[in-house]
Design a protein around this ligand. Structure first.
Ligand SMILES: *Cc1c(COP(=O)(O)O)cnc(C)c1O
Length: 230
């Protein structure tokens, strides 16, 4: 087994255990392998080991990798980084799901581009639950009007909510932020209307699963530590 295949197997084991610990069916938790800053060769290795969903944060990097990996027919790209309106046209043809819609203007631009292509894109609303100024995402009270707007846009399929909690040394401290995202989802129509909760990264994936995560976004535990972005 390659080291990436081993890491993937180990992350899947962690997901299985975390789901069992809270009485959830592990198949309801989707693993998104976050490959930002890592070379396409590593994505190929993960794909060879059966991984299909990959997350990227930066538009140019996503575009380059999508080109390099065009030959992998089942690979699904998730855009999980902040998206500027003027970059929408670059990712619209590539991305399978977008986790970071955070404004009406972005939603409208996406809808315009996608309708030109005749596509309907699954999207999540990124919510800045902690209110940290450094974070993107809409505020919790902006989520309801944004939901209403997206539901009116024919080329966007609203699937759920996404969040990134503040950084803590003790990952258990992320839990209240995950709970708040789930409670917000429940106030916006519940799982029938918003089935997806995208939350949980390498360090806090177990508490995210306990709080109801349906997608966990895991980078470091699969691909190793990242060097700081320059
Ligand atoms: C980088 C990143 C991740 C993965 O983080 P790890 O701690 O490496 O697992 C998940 N979600 C988002 C939005 C990220 O930017």
């Amino acid at each position: 087994m390659s080291s990436i295949a081993e890491s993937l197997a180990s992350v899947k084991g962690t997901i299985l255990e975390a789901a069992r610990d809270c009485g959830r069916d592990p198949s309801t938790v989707r693993l998104i392998a976050v490959s930002k800053t890592k070379p396409s060769s590593m994505i190929r290795e993960a794909y060879a080991a059966g991984q299909r969903d990959f997350g990227e944060n930066y538009v140019q990097e996503l575009v380059t990798k999508a080109e390099e990996l065009r030959d992998l027919p089942e690979l699904r790209w998730h855009m999980i980084g902040h998206l500027q309106r003027n970059k929408v046209r670059h990712i619209a043809p590539i991305v399978h799901e977008l986790h970071t819609v955070d404004s009406e203007r972005l939603a409208e631009e996406l809808n315009r581009r996608l309708s030109d292509e005749g596509r309907c894109l699954p999207v999540l609303i990124e919510v800045n639950v902690s209110g940290e100024e450094s974070k993107s995402g809409c505020s919790p009270h902006e989520a309801a009007p944004l939901c209403d707007l997206i539901r009116e846009l024919p080329s966007l399929n609203l699937r759920g909510l996404m969040t990134i909690p503040p950084f803590f040394d003790d990952p258990a401290e992320s839990r209240p932020y995950f709970d708040r995202l789930r409670e917000l989802r429940d106030s916006l129509g519940g799982p029938a209307k918003l089935p997806e909760l995208s939350m949980g990264m390498t360090d806090d994936l177990a508490s995210a699963i306990a709080a109801g995560a349906t997608s966990v976004r895991i980078g470091t535990a699969i691909f190793g530590a990242r060097s700081p972005r320059v």
